[in-house]
Write a protein that binds this ligand. Sequence first.
Ligand code: ZN
Length: 442
Amino acid sequence: MSGVRTTPLEEWAAKRIGAGKAGITREQLARHQLLRLRATIGWALETSPFYRSRLAGCAAAEIACPGDLGRLPFTTADDVRRWGPRFLCVSQSDVSRVVTLDSSGTTGQAKRFYFTPADQEGTVDFFQYGMASLTDKGDRVLILLPGERPGGVGDLLAAALRRLGVRPVPHGMVVSIPDTLAVMAAEKIDTLVGIPSQVLALARWADSNGPAVSVKSILLSTDHVPRAIVRELERVWGCEVFEHYGMTELGLGGGTDCAAHAGYHLHEADFYFEVVDPESGAPVPEGGEGEVVVTTLTRRGMPLIRYRTGDISRMIPGRCPCGSVLRRLAPVARRRDGLISLGGYGGFSLADLDEALFAVPGLIGFTAAVDRFSHAARLTIAASLLPGAAGKHGSGLAAVLDAVPAIRLARQAGALSVAAAVETCRGRLEAGAAKRAIVELS
Ligand SMILES: [Zn+2]
């Protein structure tokens, strides 16, 4: 064994499947998943008008191994928008929380997800074990996430931390960087939980303006996590940076990395994950890149069966250095529709821009937009830099993007122009928890 502490999620999974503390095997997990897949499909067929229609002709008993799940149709975000409450397997009075997400998509309607008290308890339980990776009893954790309201993400995380004997300090999204840093100093914060770009802004501001705060560990969540941001947080604070993979659809908890920082250990007692070809829907070979598809195994209110997440990633083959049998998902490379094509020169994603731009000293955030003309495309970056950095590094931003091969090739061939507008950050951040994306103007 490498000496890396086994992820606490393994103990959590053993508890969830009733395997005791002796450790679990892949066989035990697979058996649990098969039983829960059948139970979920049976429950959905029996109680949900949407699934009764969508899964007509499918029987739970036909699932002889998890791979048989591939015979069932997918569920999509558009299904959730269109059919909403028809997904429900319980009465509205059994629902303790409804989460409404963006109203984008082809129908223009919002997505609504319904959770029962037991569903929410499952999330708190997962958060408790996930946070045990990076906190110790008596620590103080600043929660830089929305949802301080009862049942919101901040509230569920706070409940999980209290069970660990850790003190949660709910804060919400960062609006004023100096104010949040002052809270960190006054509350003697050990750990931050927040969105990558917001935590980066705190670190860079503290590094150049003070006050001196020390941070032991950080959990980055909600958005994909650029390596450039992790490196900078480690440099500024000398802290350990963990990452969480989750989404509202999953009841927030999908997976968390361990002390080996070698991919997200998946929440396999409560979810069955597949990776499929985004075009054909066929499973990709183990380790291949594709779209992440999730089936909930224990959800009562609104189970999801083969739900297409839109996240492009891959499973990491082999056993983790921490020794856990839980499978690991690699960081999300991009969204399914998040690749900007530059024709014969290739394509680029927001993750490519993130790696190049967040490596620029003093940069704390940016937006990106693409215009297309008949003969060429234009990429426009609007970046926010700290005072002092704007003058020094602002003029070089367009050149920095040459680190992305498709951008460099298209620019050299005259098929792409890159323009960057720079503003100086005075300490305020744009609030908003929405997932970032490259805007396509035409
Ligand atoms: Zn591990």
